[in-house]
Design a protein around this ligand. Structure first.
Ligand code: ZN
Length: 281
């Protein structure tokens, strides 16, 4: 016991304890100083990497309006740190050259007037990027825009699942930047799913990335679907575009896997910008 009291180890322990007390004091002072000098974090470089226009309408059915405004919040949150610029507007007119936008995002609506349709066609045909959701692709015999139907792969709206509900999605390939980090299957949040005629999958320019799993069938409580092909996410390889069929109601951004899919799709479209990949600058 006597030897322990005067051992070098005890002296070292006392020294460490004293130093520790000093550190605690320093930490408290450091916290106090930082609390009085709060400043905004800077996450990005000097200039935003890219610019996006989100084209929307409030004159749509309520579930599509809900998705639209959640989409605006979702994408706006991703601009934190001024990494990129998001402009949301209800018109394509009066903006000068649309080529200033690396991507145009359309949650649940597409251009309806001849002037806007002409502007959009010119933009896309000259390398413009598009990320469209759900009813943005809706077209039937009354739509009167053949170019847009071809852009989507040639399909007209045929039928839909009802009511909106979660569904098991099948990731058809992981050999693509949009799906490489996704599981082979996942249950997506509640949405309404469309079927198209002819099936866009039959078009050799269309690459289907995600579809409704056959395990869902029979699906629906009102409109019951017993089978068939329901492509959910695809790209037309002739253009810089991705279409995602989800986009109905207020639950679409509640799932991490689906949110990752959406961010991957945005990043992929933007990364193929004719002016170069902005993520490599
Ligand atoms: Zn819908």
């Amino acid at each position: 016991m006597k030897r322990l009291l005067f051992s070098p180890w005890l002296l070292l322990a006392l020294l460490l304890a004293l130093l520790s007390c000093g550190n605690i004091g320093q930490k408290k002072r450091a916290e106090f100083v930082s609390a009085t000098a709060v400043r905004e974090a800077s996450y990005a470089g000097q200039t935003p990497r890219f610019q996006a226009l989100l084209y929307y309408s409030d004159y749509v059915e309520e579930a599509h309006r809900q998705f639209t405004h959640q989409a605006i919040s979702f994408f706006d949150k991703l601009t934190v740190g001024d990494g990129w610029i998001l402009e949301a507007d209800t018109t394509l007119l009066g903006k000068g050259d649309l080529a200033q936008y690396d991507v145009i995002i359309m949650p649940d609506v597409h251009p309806g007037t001849p002037e806007e349709r002409t502007l959009f066609e010119h933009y896309i045909e000259h390398g413009g990027g598009w990320l469209g959701f759900h009813a943005a692709a809706y077209n039937d015999l009354s739509t009167g825009w053949d170019w847009f139907r071809d852009f989507l792969g040639g399909g007209r709206f045929l039928c839909n699942t009802w009511p909106p509900q979660p569904a098991l999605l099948e990731v058809e390939t992981q050999d693509h930047d949009i799906t490489k980090n996704l599981p082979e299957e996942f249950v997506c949040p509640s949405s309404e799913f469309y079927q198209w005629q002819p099936d866009p999958r039959l078009n050799p320019d269309i690459e289907v990335l995600v579809s409704l799993s056959p395990k869902n069938f029979p699906m629906g409580l009102k409109d019951v679907v017993f089978g068939g092909d329901f492509p959910v996410v695809w790209t037309n390889t002739r253009y810089r575009m991705v279409y995602l069929n989800m986009g109905h109601g207020d639950e679409c951004f509640s799932d991490a896997t689906q949110n990752l899919l959406i961010i991957n799709a945005l990043r992929w479209v933007v990364s193929r910008s004719p002016s170069g990949n902005p993520f490599e600058r």
